[in-house]
Design a protein around this ligand. Structure first.
Ligand code: NAD
Length: 376
């Protein structure tokens, strides 16, 4: 299939929970401020799965997919450079970051915190409408609109490029953690949850120079992956009850608890447990609750007041953190961390429902959709 020279684009349109249909759309000419991209690949994120299963954001009909990358096939006449000022031309490979409306009052007041604006947009989470198609990366083509943030990444492998967006999530979490002043090169850090986000967190921490990383999960293959990403030890929650897990962390930290912890699961039980792993005066970063998965209970005396834990939340990322995410993909590769191995499965666009079900079954780690195979 090569649609770049045809006038038709194909897209996986979520038409009902659990049902994506491949639809065809006329390939538009990009407007003066737009870019037409031939999609090369896109990872499936947990948010895509939530949307696929329940549509919690009410986006149906929607073409999902925001961890994407592609090649420019046509440029509007006003588009000459990417967000960092790099010249752009047809054939360049790019990724997109969040869309921040130019007239956003929140961003005007808090320019460094544009990630917290309610007006923040993301390709792949924009509903399809009669006058606006090709808004997500689970398609052969994407139209990049005026005002988008775009980064040239020509020369990176496709697997590296589909990992840039989730790496941006971990980079933002790291930046949030750094604001506490509690994350140092000799820190002992717990990473709770070894899905793609937790594993990229492990790789980022290791690349950052932190060597004492305790990874916690209940899936042996994910714990093995954590070791490959740089974890110095692992705790299997299926082999240790709550007290034994805390004891295992303390045994590695002079009986105190970890200096810092990243909570990278969507589990309320885990969100409560993470406080127990941190030492008095330590810190934690809540990354995992991107969706409202319910409440959790902490003991304000034991967990917060007595320990003086400094906790930060982490929400998406800012466009300015994208170049750091790109560097954070390149750097682990240079120091021998097999970050590309996190992409364990690749499915054709036509098999997208199967890809979603494979993800739901927790087979593999990062699953990517590509319009065309093979993938290098
Ligand atoms: N903050 C953000 O901006 C942001 C962005 C993207 C994703 N997320 C969230 O980050 C979380 C992780 O994403 P992912 O793609 O890696 O998800 P994932 O579901 O693939 O991974 C979660 C992992 O947590 C493990 N887990 C579950 N309960 C646990 C427990 N009690 N202790 C230890 N491990 C446990 C699971 O076995 C799994 O391996 C998701 O909840 C996702 O919604 C947040």
């Amino acid at each position: 299939m090569n649609t770049t020279h045809s006038h038709i684009a194909s897209a996986g349109l979520l038409v009902a929970p659990g049902k994506i249909e491949i639809r065809e759309f006329d390939l538009p000419e990009p407007g003066h401020d737009e870019i037409l991209l031939a999609v090369e690949g896109c990872g499936i994120c947990g948010t895509d799965i939530h949307e696929y299963q329940r549509d919690p954001f009410g986006l149906i009909p929607v073409v999902l997919g925001h961890e994407g990358t592609g090649t420019i096939v046509a440029l509007g006449r006003n588009v000459t450079r990417d967000t960092q000022g790099e010249p752009l031309q047809v054939g360049d490979q790019v990724v997109t970051s969040v869309l921040v409306p130019p007239d956003c009052p929140f961003t005007a007041d808090f320019p460094e915190r544009s990630n917290l604006s309610d007006a923040l947009g993301v390709y792949g989470l924009i509903p399809d409408s009669a006058d606006r198609h090709l808004n997500g990366y689970f398609a052969t083509h994407l139209v990049i609109r005026e005002g988008s943030t775009v980064f040239k990444v020509t020369g990176m492998s496709l697997k590296q490029r589909v990992l840039i967006e989730p790496m941006a999530v971990t980079v933002h979490a790291l930046e949030r953690a750094k604001t506490t002043g509690l994350l140092n090169f000799d820190s002992t850090v717990v990473v709770q949850g070894c899905g793609p986000i937790g594993l990229m967190m492990v790789a980022s921490l290791f690349a950052f120079g932190i060597e004492k990383i305790i990874a916690i999960d209940g899936v042996p293959k994910r714990l093995e992956a954590a070791r490959r990403m740089g974890a110095s030890s692992t705790i299997d929650i299926t082999a240790a009850d709550a007290d034994a897990r805390i004891a295992a962390v303390r045994a590695q930290t002079k009986g105190r608890g970890a200096d810092f912890a990243f909570q990278c699961t969507g589990s309320p039980e885990a969100a409560a447990a993470v406080w127990k792993y941190v030492r008095r005066g330590g810190g934690l970063c809540e990354v995992g609750f991107f969706m409202d998965n319910g409440e959790c209970t902490i003991n304000p005396h034991e967990d917060l007041c007595k320990k003086e834990i400094t906790a930060v939340g982490s929400w998406v990322y800012t466009p300015g953190e994208y170049p750091m995410a790109i560097a954070m993909i390149r750097h682990p590769v240079r120091i021998g961390i097999p970050i590309e191995s996190l992409v364990t499965h690749v499915f054709r666009l036509a098999d997208i429902n199967l890809a979603m079900e494979t993800n739901i079954a927790m087979e593999g780690l990062k699953i990517a959709i590509v319009p065309e195979l093979p993938v290098s």
